[in-house]
Design a protein around this ligand. Structure first.
Ligand code: PEP
Ligand code: MN
Length: 341
C-alpha cells in the first residue's frame, strides 16, 4: 500500500501514520518529496487495510501498489535523486563511473584514478574481487586491492564503486566502497542482496545475464526492503542468439525501466560490447535513451590488462569520450554530476 499524505500534513501526523503501520507488524518506508510525503507500507495487506488509514489525520489517500516490487515501483514516487560522496545521482544528474576492470597494481590504479579525476568523472570503479568464468583465472587482489582503492579515494576524492561477491567480505568492502556493486552473476543472490540492504551503503545492482526486467526489479526490492534507498540499476547486456559481440545491450530496457521504477538507471557498455570500438556508440545511444549514468572500463595499458583488455578504453582517450557523452546527455536533459562545489 502507498499512503499519500496531504501537502499540509505535519511531521507529527506523518510519524503517527508510521507508528500505526508498524503497530500492524508492517514496515513503513516514508519518502519526503517536494510537495508531499508518501509512505510505502509493506506487509500483510489485510492487516494494513484494517488500519483504515484513509481517515487518519494528514492522510490524503491510500493507493494499492499493484506490482510485486512495491518500493522499486514508479508508483511510489517520481524519480529517486540521492547523494553519493557529495555527487548527486538521478533526476537530471548524470553519473560517469569510470576506471579499470580490476585493480592490478598501485601504478595502474593511481594513473587511472588521476586521469578520471582530471577528465571529470563522477566516480571511480575497480574490482578487488572479480567474478571469472574460469576458476583458474585471476580473481582480483582482494584486500590488497581494497587498500589501493582506499589510496585512490584519498588521493582524488572520487567515490569508489567496487564489487562485493561474497557476504563474508562485506566488512572490508564497505570500509572502502561508496557504492557496492552487485555483479550480474549475483543479481539473484538473495542473501547477499539482503545483507547489502542492511549495510545501508549505496548499491549498483547489475542485471543478470538472462534476467528479465521483472526479475531485476524484484531483486532490487530485496535491498530496498531493508531500508536502503540508494539503489541504482545497471543494464550491462543480456544473452541473445547473437554471437557477434559479447552480450546484447538492451537499450529498450532504459525507457521501459523508467516507466516501471523511480530508481536511477546506469548502463555498462563495456561488458555488453566486449570490444573497445563499440563502447562509444553504445554509450552515446544509452545517454540519448535517457540513462542516468554510465559505468565504463578504462585502463592505462589495455593491451596488457589482466582482464577485459579488449573492451577497456585507453586512459588518454577518455576525456574526449566523456565530452561526447556529456553532449548527448545534455540533449536528454541531464548534466554531468562532477566534483561537489
Ligand atoms: C564488472 O563490472 O567488473 C563485471 C564483472 O560486470 P558484470 O557483473 O556485469 O559481468
Ligand atoms: Mn570487466
Amino acid at each position: 500500500m502507498m499512503i499519500v499524505m496531504k501537502p499540509s500534513a505535519t511531521p507529527e501526523e506523518v510519524q503517527a501514520v508510521i507508528a500505526r503501520i508498524e503497530s500492524a507488524g508492517a514496515k513503513a518506508h516514508p519518502s519526503a518529496g517536494d510537495e508531499v510525503t508518501v509512505i510505502g507500507a509493506v506487509g500483510d495487506r489485510e492487516h494494513i487495510a484494517r488500519l483504515e488509514l484513509e481517515g487518519h489525520a494528514g492522510v490524503d489517500r491510500v493507493v494499492p501498489i499493484l506490482k510485486p516490487y512495491k518500493l522499486a515501483s514508479a508508483q511510489l514516487r517520481d524519480r529517486s535523486v540521492f547523494e553519493i560522496g557529495g555527487r548527486r545521482i538521478g533526476g537530471e544528474h548524470f553519473a560517469m563511473i569510470a576506471g579499470p576492470c580490476t585493480v592490478e597494481s598501485r601504478e595502474q590504479l593511481l594513473t587511472s584514478a588521476d586521469a578520471m579525476l582530471e577528465a571529470g568523472a563522477t566516480m571511480f570503479r575497480g574490482g578487488a574481487y572479480k567474478p571469472r568464468t574460469s576458476p583458474y583465472a585471476f580473481h582480483g587482489l582482494g584486500d590488497d586491492g581494497l587498500r589501493l582503492l582506499a589510496e585512490a579515494k584519498e588521493r582524488t576524492g572520487l567515490p569508489i564503486v567496487t564489487e562485493l561477491m561474497d557476504v563474508r567480505d562485506i566488512e572490508p568492502v564497505i570500509e572502502v566502497a561508496d557504492v557496492i556493486q552487485i555483479g550480474a552473476r549475483n543479481m539473484q543472490n538473495y542473501t547477499l542482496l539482503t545483507e547489502v540492504g542492511r549495510a545501508g551503503v549505496p548499491v549498483l545492482l547489475k542485471r543478470g545475464l538472462s534476467a528479465t526486467l521483472d526479475e531485476l526489479l524484484n531483486a532490487s526490492e530485496y535491498i530496498l526492503k531493508e531500508g536502503n534507498e540508494k539503489v541504482m540499476l545497471c543494464e550491462r547486456g543480456i544473452r541473445t542468439f547473437e554471437t557477434a559481440y559479447r552480450f546484447t545491450l538492451d537499450l529498450t530496457a532504459i525507457p521501459v525501466l523508467k516507466e516501471l521504477t523511480h530508481l536511477p538507471i546506469v548502463v555498462d557498455p563495456s561488458h555488453a560490447a566486449g570490444r573497445r570500438a563499440l563502447v562509444e556508440p553504445l554509450s552515446l545511444a544509452a545517454a540519448a535513451a535517457g540513462a542516468d549514468g554510465i559505468i565504463v572500463e578504462v585502463h592505462p595499458d589495455p593491451d596488457n590488462a589482466v582482464c577485459d583488455g579488449p573492451q577497456q578504453l585507453r586512459v588518454d582517450e577518455f576525456a574526449e569520450y566523456l565530452r561526447k557523452v556529456e553532449q548527448v546527455a545534455a540533449i536528454a536533459g541531464k548534466v554531468l554530476s562532477g566534483v561537489p562545489a
